[in-house]
Ligand binder design. Sequence first.
Ligand SMILES: [Zn+2]
Length: 140
Amino acid sequence: MAKFKTVASFTFPIEAYLAKGRLEVEGIPAFVAHENHVWANWMYSQALGGVKLQVLENNVEAANLVLEKHLKGAYESDLDSEFPDIEENHCPQCEAKQYESRLSLFSLITVLLTFGIFAIIFPLRKKHHKCRECGFNWKY
Ligand SMILES: [Zn+2]
């Protein structure tokens, strides 16, 4: 009977599914395990080692080679040729790609209240940005 081995662990299921997609493109069948722990209780998921990406035992070496390249960004140039219309985030005023992102005060207060009342922690998205080149502020 074939056994699955964990080749990588991720904080969020989307990261695991991106890596799974890369493995499958390379012809290595993969399986995402423990993703439901994130939805049930994010902190338990962290305690249990996160979302796991597993492959069959005989594919571990090939999967590790692909994942090493994937995590270093070796396949990013493939995206440019596949999807040339996708723009990178940049400053809307000067088009610089170097900017800082931060949480809004509203998001911070919401997190503190939800954690304090419901004991729930959820990842936040930084929506406020400041350009390092021209100092322009924007949000999305
Ligand atoms: Zn700018």
